[in-house]
Design a protein around this ligand. Structure first.
Ligand code: 5AD
Ligand code: SF4
Length: 473
């Protein structure tokens, strides 16, 4: 039944893509130049993947890709709302877009993604940002062509926000940012309801894709030149539990590992409360699964972890880290940490510092707690004063830097396999690549290496990255 729904939803979109295409052909002739589209992504890797889908459809419709909003005839903001500053950035940029649109009568502005799942945001756009043409959310990303068509034919603002997923439509054209690597959604949504987090409200309940669909997508990507996939889910350890025929994440990894031609497998993100030994063993026994676990700590205080609804304690987290290192001795562990959760005391904060020192992270994304309306933490008393949070944040950053610089150095002098990702932004004649442990290395080399896996000698650790030298295989 689900499959029938998906097929007809797909067909419907293909129809609207065709209709928009006709419109664009006519418009191109009328104004005597091609039309350009720009997709601007805010936020996480899920959004980055969604944006590839959006761009795929826009190109199919006939738009040419550009990164210059000021020269665009179609601009779409794929938004994030995990922290408030992500929202503020969007509003700031919208002000600028309004002026661009004044000069270009053909311009359409669309907004989608997590921020649009918040009713007060949509209300604000409806009332105060009337120049925005199309608004949709996280559950109907695939339906953009239909919404563009509705906007073109109605001439008025189109707003379409769904409360939950109706179908998973995956087979529309996508336009990958990197030819050699790709994100692959294995599940959508989240059931964890960490008390600070808005994701479960804007991305809905957890739903896993069928293994055969995931495998088929990866096989297709490999045929198309992809060497590395990043399996995406908010909580990959709970993958497959709700499928008609339940499959574990470890089983899924085993199947993906068998795909011929695929060279690297990454995944994001496991949850410390339920990472399984079996998953780690599959990683150990695989030549393709990368030597890196992103393992969000959030806080080192058992008291705060309870208030955050993380369902593990400081001790349990450290035990899990120990288990990871026992099974994968050379693994790189990275993390996310929040400072300034409501009620955080100096003692709680010191527990976080203690875990950073004990767990020896290779790197950590550190965030200042951001109050998200509608989450339980937003209603908690004892919000921590800003100056206290800033001071703790700086101290945490200093500790993270000290610990990880010391720890990351362990690879110095080694020869490592590196997937070359692009030109080095800072040095002419250099390229940048990633080792399986996710650490970056820069080395002298030309652009023809991009997309290849090469061996690099790690000369010097520079904190979070290495300088290296290409070794001829
Ligand atoms: N404030 C600050 N950081 C947050 N994160 C999620 N919600 C919030 C919030 N309200 C962080 C968590 C998560 C990462 C993706 O974003 O650390 O792991
Ligand atoms: Fe947010 Fe927690 Fe779900 Fe991650 S696991 S998306 S932090 S609710």
């Amino acid at each position: 039944m689900q499959e029938d729904n998906n097929t007809s939803a797909l067909e419907e979109q293909l129809y609207y893509i065709g209709e928009c295409k006709k419109f664009l052909e006519k418009k191109t002739k009328e104004i005597g130049r091609p039309l350009y589209a720009c997709v601007h992504t805010f936020g996480c890797q899920m959004n980055a993947r969604d944006s590839e889908k959006l761009l795929g459809v826009l190109k199919e419709i006939g738009y040419l890709e550009t990164e210059d909003e000021d020269k665009s005839d179609f601009v779409i903001y794929n938004t994030c709302t995990v922290r408030e500053n992500a929202n503020l950035k969007v509003y700031g940029r919208l002000g600028h877009l309004k002026n661009v649109k004044r000069k270009n009568p053909h311009m359409l502005i669309a907004m989608c993604g997590c921020m649009m799942q918040e009713p007060d945001v949509v209300e604000k756009i409806r009332d105060s940002y009337k120049f925005v043409d199309i608004v949709f959310g996280t559950f109907n990303i695939y339906a953009m062509a239909k919404l563009i068509y509705n906007r073109i034919t109605s001439g008025s603002q189109v707003i379409d926000i769904w409360e939950k997923t109706k179908d998973i439509v995956e087979e529309l054209p996508t336009e990958r940012k990197f030819p050699f690597k790709s994100g692959v959604n294995i599940m959508y949504g989240c059931n964890n309801f960490c008390t600070y987090c808005i994701v479960p409200y804007v991305r809905g309940r957890e739903i896993s894709r069928e293994p055969k669909d995931i495998i088929m997508e990866i096989e297709r990507l490999v045929k198309d030149g992809v060497k590395e996939v990043m399996l995406l889910g908010q909580n990959v350890d709970s993958y497959g539990k709700t499928l008609d025929n339940p499959v574990s994440f470890a089983q899924l990894l085993r199947e993906i590992d068998k795909i011929e031609g695929l060279e690297r497998i990454r995944f994001m993100t496991p949850h410390p409360k339920d990472i399984e030994e079996e998953t780690l063993e599959v990683i150990r026994d695989s030549k393709k699964i990368c030597n890196h676990i992103h393992f969000p700590l959030q806080s080192g205080s058992s008291r705060l972890l309870k208030l955050m609804n993380r369902k593990y304690t400081k001790e349990h987290y450290l035990e899990q880290v120990e288990m990871i290192r026992r099974i994968l001795p050379d693994v790189s562990i990275t993390t996310d940490i929040i400072v300034g959760f409501p009620g955080e005391t100096e003692e709680d904060f010191e527990d976080t510092i203690d875990v950073v020192k004990k767990a020896k992270f290779d790197s950590a994304y550190t965030f200042i707690y951001s109050k998200r309306t509608g989450t339980p933490a937003a209603r908690m008393e004892n919000q921590v004063p800003e100056d206290v949070v800033k001071d703790r944040f700086n101290r945490l950053l200093a500790t993270v830097n000290e610990v990880s610089h010391e720890h990351i150095r362990r690879y110095e002098g080694m020869d490592m396999k590196v997937l070359v990702e692009g030109k080095d932004d800072h040095e002419e004649g250099f390229v940048t690549g990633r080792m399986t442990n996710n650490i970056l290395v820069h080395f002298a080399g030309d652009e023809s290496l991009i997309g290849q896996i090469v061996t690099v000698h790690l000369d010097e650790c520079k904190g979070f990255y290495y300088m290296g030298r290409l070794i001829e295989d």
